[in-house]
Design a protein around this ligand. Structure first.
Ligand SMILES: [Zn+2]
Length: 335
């Protein structure tokens, strides 16, 4: 992905009716809205340029994929930002002797790419790759979006479409920069800093630069919310998924799910994670017989899911089925 550093070449983003790539003084490039857009607008659906179908990749895996590209595609790849040139002191310099073979080689290659003097196949891949099925891929247009810890857009790999999609998740004004979060939105500042170090930059968003000890700042409230979100995640993790119906009988469970949903929304985190909290809330309320509440929660789950991933996302149907089932049960109850 594009970090906040100067790029030497002109970006190759294809024409879009939703946004354009513009230079940002001192920061390289960013993607700016060509018009006001609402949550749920799909601004990009892009096929991968280069795919490495395994998670633990070596330089040779990227080379193999790169060799298949056309000369134009190779130019696009090398026009992307690279997070090389980092201070070696920022990274561990030794590898434990028990780490052997391929894993040892992988760590060394990645370290050399980060601290190397020139952009390389790996340094560009590290900086720009996004999750792709069980591996990772580079999407040159999606890679142009800068990071923000409270972004206004979100990205997802849609395997049904075979494309990476980006949706607006918080309404944007014309000329506003459109941003994505490269790290987990509920992580605290220290953890985010560490995650972003891999991309070779330090975030200057208001959650990162504000004073977390000053109650009048956004950073203070954001840090509090993220802390509570992490706590609630830990408290509810084992009662969700396959154990959801065990959770349903816990006295505090519905309240915890409602708090999770409220905090994600306050933080502007309208991603699939919020949709899944609403879905679990709907299922728990359905089981406990509170069908009115189940209907409201399922309705929200469907809306958030559609807004952040689209109605063509593989498991969207599951969300619609829950809403329809609850509606049928409610109808039967009212007869
Ligand atoms: Zn930040």
């Amino acid at each position: 992905m594009t970090a906040m550093a100067t790029q030497s070449k002109i970006p190759m983003a294809s024409e879009s009716e939703y946004y354009e790539v513009r230079p940002i003084p001192g920061k390289g490039y960013g993607c700016f809205a060509l018009k006001a857009m609402k949550r749920g607008t799909r601004i990009l659906a892009e096929e991968p340029l280069l795919v490495v179908p395994i998670a633990e990749y070596l330089q040779s895996d990227i080379q193999q994929a790169f060799d298949k590209l056309s000369p134009e595609q190779k130019d696009i790849y090398f026009s992307l930002h690279s997070g090389h040139g980092q201070d070696p002191k920022l990274w561990p310099s030794r590898i434990h002797p028990t780490v052997e073979g391929k894993e040892r080689q992988r760590i060394k290659e990645q370290h050399d790419a980060r601290t190397g003097k020139q952009p390389s196949l790996i340094s560009i891949f590290q900086t720009n790759c996004m999750e792709w099925n069980k591996g990772a891929a580079v999407f040159p247009n999606a890679a142009r979006f800068n990071h923000c810890c409270n972004p206004n857009a979100c990205f997802t790999w849609n395997s049904a479409l075979g494309k990476e999609t980006i949706h607006i998740m918080n309404d944007v004004e014309k000329d506003e920069e459109i941003t994505l979060s490269y790290c987990d939105m509920i992580h605290d500042k220290t953890l985010r800093l560490w995650e972003l170090k891999h991309y070779g930059f330090t975030c200057d968003c208001r959650a990162c630069t504000g004073d977390e000890d000053d109650e009048t700042t956004f950073a203070y409230h954001s840090a509090l919310r993220r802390f509570r979100l992490q706590e609630l995640e830990r408290e509810t993790r084992f009662l969700r998924g396959p154990k959801l119906y065990e959770g349903a009988v816990q006295p505090d469970f519905v309240r915890q799910l409602l708090q999770l949903a409220a905090l994600h929304q306050e933080e502007g985190d309208y991603t699939a994670r919020l949709a899944s909290v609403f879905l679990d809330l709907a299922l728990v309320c359905e089981v406990s017989g509170d069908l009115k509440m189940a209907e409201v929660a399922a309705g929200k789950a469907v809306q958030v899911k559609k807004d952040c991933q689209g109605a063509d996302f593989p498991d969207y149907k599951k969300y619609v089925e829950v809403l329809e089932r609850v509606k049928v049960k409610l109808g039967q109850q009212e007869v």
